[in-house]
Design a protein around this ligand. Structure first.
Ligand SMILES: *Cc1c(COP(=O)(O)O)cnc(C)c1O
Length: 502
């Protein structure tokens, strides 16, 4: 072999990025765990023996081909399984460049360019979210936040900030015994309960507030819940408003929640992990009206914007709150007497080393511009609107359940149950036996779909029943893809019925 192993792997990776699989290629070549182990046994075993020999480059390349062959092709336009899809090619190779330059974003000393890029990008994100003033320094030494390894981690940091404001000596003295409570809609993300568990507040302290049929928080229910918590002797300290719930992409009414938080002196955190990117679109940014009144805001650029995982911005209204909350003051790293120490971001976070996730975003944003970013959002919503129109015109084959913006949640309805009465606005209005039958179908249809490998669409319980979710962010999805996926769900549904002997 004339090329080095790393050159040969990089060549394959680049070929994948520049010409990713698309129809008629499979989205997944599905294999069981045993089949995967067997496949690798023919090249380089998946497992390690007590002693691992060094494998030849040719065998490792065979294994690399197997890795690609059996991975889920998340850039395929018929992959609609998760809240990420269709990575931006510039972001992918930008990520590689960041890996090649392998450094830590903690200090200006180790990451001079990335430190400035992070400051510039956070300032721009902060401007879009209304966190920083127009005309303020576009390269602040204290930018309005920082990049974090994922939305769940950023949520944890935001809630620690909230708790720190409630009890300023919590970092040193530990919790003072207040029975803290926090509030999130019942359609909100589980990062809230996990963070509460990790912070020692306890997941029971997370009070789930009722939401409407699409999953948007009902603010009167929030007010009642806060009052009830105080009456019980607990100490409310934070509210999470969700902008783009994971399943139905519902947007909580942020302005109304901000009113409650101001009145009750509660930290207002916005979980914009999924839908925060609506801010890039002049057409859809109104969905986040009021976000500028929040105290903290988490925004995953690795979801709708197609940055590679992970690329998460935590925006903080008062960034001077970060250091008192997180600083470890390591004297070997954050020496105050070195050059440009005031640019160091490392003591404003829990992490020590930090990936330079900003690079790929900076490159992609400079490449596409604000207009390109807006187009990505608008295209996604157009695909969801097309899906809604197709469902409405399906003559009862599909029944719409919920979902706004980029997400469409629906049932596939077997012929003998079609059509479900249009007066059914919530699935709990259906008879129990109908519910049971509809609930049993999505897992069966999904396994048919995985075996065929032609598409990937997720299912999950909504309104107490398994339903399909189609959601959009990959800018290469076309209306023809949407139509083909719906047709396939119909075909796999028919096959699943036959299998069940119905
Ligand atoms: C994805 C998501 C999160 C968690 O983000 P990760 O980066 O996966 O940790 C939190 N909230 C919402 C609404 C999400 O969709």
């Amino acid at each position: 072999m004339s090329k080095s192993l790393e050159e040969a792997i990089a060549e394959r990776a680049l070929a994948y990025v520049t010409a990713p699989p698309s129809d008629p290629d499979d989205v997944i070549r599905f294999a069981s765990p045993t089949e995967l182990v067997d496949a690798f046994a023919g090249t380089v075993a998946l497992t390690f023996d007590a002693e691992a020999p060094n494998e030849s480059a040719d065998s490792i390349l065979d294994a690399v081909d197997l890795v690609i062959r059996h991975s889920v092709h998340t850039s395929h336009p018929r992959f609609l399984n998760q809240n990420f899809a269709g990575p931006d090619p510039v972001s992918v190779v930008g990520d590689w460049l960041g890996a090649a330059l392998n450094t830590t974003g903690a200090t200006f000393e180790a990451a001079p360019v990335f430190t400035l890029m992070e400051s510039a990008v956070l300032h721009k994100l902060g401007r879009i979210a209304g966190y920083v003033e127009e005309g303020s320094d576009p390269l602040p030494t204290l930018p309005p936040g920082l990049f974090c390894p994922g939305g769940s981690t950023a949520t944890l940091y935001a809630l620690q900030l909230a708790r720190h404001r409630h009890q300023p000596d919590v970092a040193t003295a530990g919790a003072n015994g207040d029975r803290l409570t926090m509030f999130v809609s019942d359609a909100g993300h589980y990062a809230a309960t996990k963070s509460a568990a990790l912070l020692g507040i306890g997941s029971d302290a997370v009070i789930k507030v009722a939401s409407d049929e699409h999953g948007a928080m009902l603010v009167p229910a929030l007010e009642t819940a806060v009052a009830a918590s105080r009456a019980a002797g607990d100490v409310p300290f934070a509210v999470i408003g969700t902008s783009g719930t994971t399943v139905t992409s519902a947007f909580d009414p942020l302005d109304a929640i901000a009113d409650v938080c101001e009145r009750e002196s509660l930290w207002f955190h916005v979980d914009g992990c999924y839908g925060g990117s609506a801010l890039f679109s002049p057409t859809h940014r109104h969905l986040l009206d009021g976000v500028e009144r929040s105290d903290s805001f988490v925004w995953n650029l690795h979801k709708m914007m197609g940055m590679t995982q992970q690329c998460t911005a935590l925006l903080v209204r008062k960034p001077e709150q970060l250091a008192p909350c997180f600083a470890g003051k390591a004297d070997y790293l954050f020496q105050p007497d070195k050059l440009y120490a005031d640019y160091d971001s490392g003591d404003r976070t829990f992490q020590c080393a930090r990936r330079v996730d900003v690079l790929k975003l900076w490159l992609a944003w400079k490449h596409h511009g604000d207009i390109g970013f807006a187009n990505r959002i608008d295209h996604a919503v157009r695909m969801a609107d097309h899906t809604r129109a197709r469902i409405a015109a399906s003559g009862g084959t599909f029944h719409p359940v919920a979902g706004v913006f980029t997400n469409v949640v629906f049932c596939w309805v077997p012929p003998h149950l079609q059509p479900i009465d249009a007066s059914v606005t919530h699935l709990d209005q259906l008879a129990e036996d109908v519910r049971a039958e509809l609930h049993a179908l999505p897992p069966r249809i999904k396994s048919q779909m995985q075996a065929a490998g032609t598409a990937m669409v997720g299912f999950q319980p909504v309104q107490g029943m398994n339903t399909f979710r189609m959601l959009y962010m990959n800018s290469t999805v076309t209306e023809a893809d949407v139509d083909a996926i719906l047709d396939r769900i119909d075909a796999y549904g028919t096959a699943a019925l036959a299998e069940m002997g119905a």
